[in-house]
Write a protein that binds this ligand. Structure first.
Ligand code: JFZ
Length: 607
């Protein structure tokens, strides 16, 4: 069931922000709970506005983390370090001299810029962002500002960024560079290396002036036009430095975009936290680009082959596009310069899907529809694309409330016309013999563009199983706040989800609007965590005069660097007696007692 992966991801990966989410060093963030970010549109100058239009047209990008850490592949002194392999030096507290010995071994003879770009193009990526310098400080380009660079510091002696820039230009693929502007572990004055250098003696200003400014200048001068500079982990960097970086980049290339991790609110677009697609309700039209690892590491890992399947990747891409953002998927080439086979084969399959269905992704705008159980939508003027991520058992795709006159419904793959009925909403019958594909796309043509109706309420369907109502999509009453929680997924890898704070009075509530087309019963389940102090507290799920009381069980505290355990608690049945819109709310029974840290309410058809 494809949709299961989506729900699992949607529930497992969602959150908010970038800069606020970081601890002093930047990442991995030490905070466990923090305020949710909303994605609002921002005013920009003309060059940036134009660049953002192209950015939003592109939708799909490849991220490449490649450095001398690829040579180690997550293993040093015979010991494996799980999670992000580009953090190897920090995790193992390796001194600079020992770490830099990797450069002597690093000789990526299989690196072939043209072949990389061919793969990138065949996989459907519109631009590629590669690490020019990561936190280890080793530049993957020729630099006069530091001898720790691939041309002067390895026997390879070539500048891969130069070769990539040329190949990308020849093939019409956009190029951007990642640059770690604050952390630099092999420079005594850079940030982040507290196992070797005394942070009190660090002269960041000197580091900034002698390495960051010259190198960023080199990157913006020697490699042709760049789509974006992807700064990262600004940590405690003063606003003055973010401002100088911004001015430097825009002076050299006015239409080069800057992500929010430049720090101090000075980016052109938002980078959500890693491996997160912002929830639909928090996206109010701002520009963003989500970044995901393909396995559990950004840099190459010799022992991590947990690559996301093709279905999951397509789902993440379609979901990002349906919320008006870009999906940038990472690849970690190995020490010889090869893309890991387990990653490449899956990416090429996404590319095959895009060859047929790319029209439903590139150049589209966010979905005008509320949450629907079959999947997500994207839009292009008078054409709406329905991405059927989970096929209905009865073969009928329903879009309640779609009132614009539909002129034609077709399968995007092959163009076959599909029978449809339009009354209170739209009902489309899928062909019985439709080949199973990851994401079946239906094109719906209307006389007028389908108007936004995102707040009409999540569509409930008796044909589907468990349907989530996430707290990120809830209406919170006064005094209740939305927070992101980080949970430990595996060693050195976290995921975020949302919860609320302040649900501590019968006058306070969280509520969702749902719409049903047919009368029916639904089971309620609550997913939450609760502390020992919260055990036994009582709450109620309400819909009109139906009230279903429940008591809270203890699951444990939300603790830093630990998995959060969540109860999945059955509460009762809600009866929807006629088609229409309903409000489902949760409120505490007693004043002064915070109920729990709830993540979602689920409704499941109860025959
Ligand atoms: C940073 C880097 O430290 C990491 O190595 C990789 O380059 C990644 C793309 O970015 O890691 C972060 C930064 C921010 C968050 C998490 C990891 N965050 O905001 O949750």
């Amino acid at each position: 069931m494809i949709r299961l992966t989506v729900s699992a991801l949607v529930l497992a990966l969602m959150t908010s922000t970038s800069v606020q989410a970081q601890d002093a060093v930047g990442a991995p963030p030490e905070q466990t709970r923090f305020k949710a970010q909303v994605y609002e549109p921002v005013q920009h100058d003309a060059a940036t506005t134009q660049a953002l239009a192209r950015f939003n047209n592109d939708r799909y990008a490849m991220f490449i983390h490649w450095g001398i850490y690829a040579q180690a592949g997550g293993v040093i002194r015979g010991k494996r370090f799980y999670g992000a392999s580009e953090w190897l030096m920090q995790r193992s507290k390796t001194p600079s001299a020992e770490y830099l010995a990797l450069a002597e071994e690093f000789n990526p003879v299989d690196f072939d810029a043209k072949a990389w770009i061919r793969t990138i193009k065949a996989a459907g990526f519109r631009y590629v962002v590669i690490t020019a310098k990561h936190h280890d400080g080793f530049a993957m380009f020729k630099s006069a500002a530091s001898k720790h660079n691939i041309v002067d510091g390895t026997r390879f002696g070539r500048d891969p960024l130069k070769e990539l820039a040329e190949a990308a230009k020849a093939e019409g693929v956009g190029l951007g560079f990642y640059y770690s502007q604050y952390q630099d572990w092999t420079e005594p004055n850079g940030g982040g290396n507290d196992w070797e250098f005394d942070p009190k003696k660090t002269d960041f200003d000197s580091y900034f002036n002698t390495k960051v400014v010259p190198q960023v200048t080199e990157l913006l001068t020697n490699y042709g036009p760049l789509r974006e500079i992807w700064f990262d982990t600004p940590g405690p960097m003063a606003p003055e430095y973010s401002k100088r970086l911004r001015e430097l980049v825009k002076k050299l290339q006015p239409d080069c975009l800057l992500n929010s991790r430049i720090g101090n609110g000075l980016g052109d677009y938002s980078s959500p936290s890693d491996s997160e697609v912002p929830p639909a309700s928090l996206v109010h039209g701002g520009d963003w680009e989500s970044v995901f690892t393909h396995n559990r590491s950004w840099g190459y890992s010799a022992f991590d082959n947990d690559f996301k399947s093709t279905d999951t990747l397509i789902e993440l891409l379609a979901t990002s596009a349906s919320r008006g953002g870009n999906f940038m998927l990472n690849m970690g080439p190995d020490g010889r310069g090869r893309f890991p086979e387990g990653a490449q084969s899956r990416l090429l399959k996404v590319g095959d899907w895009l060859k047929v269905n790319g029209e439903s992704i590139y150049g589209t705008t966010r979905s005008p529809l509320p949450q629907t159980p079959w999947g997500v939508a994207t839009q292009r003027g008078k054409r709406l694309y329905l991405h059927v991520l989970d096929r209905p058992a009865d073969g009928v795709i329903r879009v309640p409330g779609l009132t614009e006159a539909v002129t034609k419904v077709t399968l995007l793959a092959g163009g076959a016309a599909l029978p449809f009925k339009q009354g209170d909403g739209l009902a489309i019958t899928l062909p019985k013999d439709a080949t199973p594909s990851d994401d079946l796309v239906i094109a719906v043509d209307t006389r007028e563009p389908v108007a936004a109706r995102r707040d009409q309420g999540a569509v409930l369907s008796p044909v589907y199983g468990r349907q989530p109502l996430d707290v990120a999509d809830a209406v919170l009453s006064e005094g209740v706040g939305l927070e992101a929680v980080k949970t430990q997924l595996s060693v050195d890898d976290t995921r975020k989800y949302y919860t609320v704070v302040g649900l501590d009075d019968p006058a306070k509530s969280i509520a969702w609007t749902v719409q049903v087309e047919r009368p029916g019963d639904y089971h309620i389940d609550l997913q939450y965590s609760a502390t020992a102090a919260q055990a036994g507290r009582e709450g109620v799920v309400e819909m009109n005069d139906q009230k279903r009381a429940f008591g809270v069980v203890e699951t444990g505290k939300i603790e830093r660097r630990k998995p959060v355990f969540l109860a999945f608690q059955p509460v009762g049945i809600l009866h929807f007696d006629k088609p229409g819109r309903y409000t489902v709310a949760i409120r505490p029974q007693t004043a002064g007692q915070e109920l729990f840290a709830i993540r979602a309410l689920y409704l499941t058809p109860a025959n």
